[in-house]
Ligand binder design. Structure first.
Ligand code: A2P
Length: 220
């Protein structure tokens, strides 16, 4: 029969189709390979703690934590327990777009000693289902544009939770904002690679990657 009460998911987001998942994983893998062979990266192995051997770091092994379907989280609602979970479920745009297909634009890829992720550039329509307080909740000191935190987690280091990926992305964006210095390290065939210190590397893709997704909720 019909449920009397709403059932809330663990989180809402855009879920990549099977084909887009393979493509995105491939793009991420290519970055890890490029980085692994780069002299500039080798100079900063120390950023990754004890993970580097004489031959270097196996980045694919380093980021093998937390698998699952690739997605861009909009709202972590924790089965209705998270702050604002019920209000989010009631948003007109959330109800209207639920189960709809969207193209997401990946504008960059990044790694830190904690996470590997893809930076997502949201359209105005996509921002309609982006929670108003997502950036504020994560960065106490600064106002960052809505949607700054949008990302797809590609991998996590051992004992790191995926929520960290969005926080790492916000740290990149803060540094970009403050940066009066040119961080570019190298032009690769994928785009401009920038080093921000402390093991933080960002590849600005010269051509954005478009991925097919479905907006919905995840109820494990
Ligand atoms: P992300 O979106 O960065 O990948 P978990 O497996 O830890 O329960 O998390 C499920 C999903 O929800 C993950 O995709 C995760 O991170 C995201 N997530 C977990 N906690 C939060 C949070 N507090 N705020 C925003 N997103 C979260």
């Amino acid at each position: 029969g019909r449920l009397e009460e709403s059932v809330y998911p663990l989180f809402y987001g855009w879920f990549l189709t099977h084909k887009s998942q393979s493509r995105t994983k491939e793009t991420g893998k290519k970055l890890l390979e490029t980085l692994g062979e780069l002299d500039e990266f080798k100079e900063h192995w120390g950023d990754f703690g004890g993970a580097a051997s004489e031959k270097g770091i196996n980045l694919e092994e380093y980021f093998d934590g937390k698998g699952g379907i690739l997605h861009c989280t909009t709202k972590f609602s924790d089965y209705g327990k998270a702050t604002g979970a019920q209000e989010y479920a009631e948003l007109e745009a959330v109800k209207e777009f639920y189960s709809s297909a969207f193209h997401l634009q990946i504008s960059g890829l990044f790694i830190t000693p904690r996470t590997a992720g893809a930076r997502v550039r949201l359209s105005d329509k996509q921002l309609e289902v982006w929670p108003a307080d997502s950036e504020k909740e994560a960065s106490l000191s600064e106002e960052l544009p809505r949607g700054s935190r949008a990302h797809i987690t590609l991998g996590c280091a051992k004992d790191v939770e995926p929520v960290q990926t969005g926080l790492d992305l916000l740290e990149f964006i803060k540094m970009e904002k403050e940066g009066d210095q040119d961080w570019a390290v190298k032009d690769t065939d994928q785009g401009k690679l920038c080093y921000f210190g402390k093991g933080m590397w960002m590849l600005e893709l010269s051509e954005e990657v478009t991925v097919e997704t479905i907006f919905g909720g995840f109820y494990p």
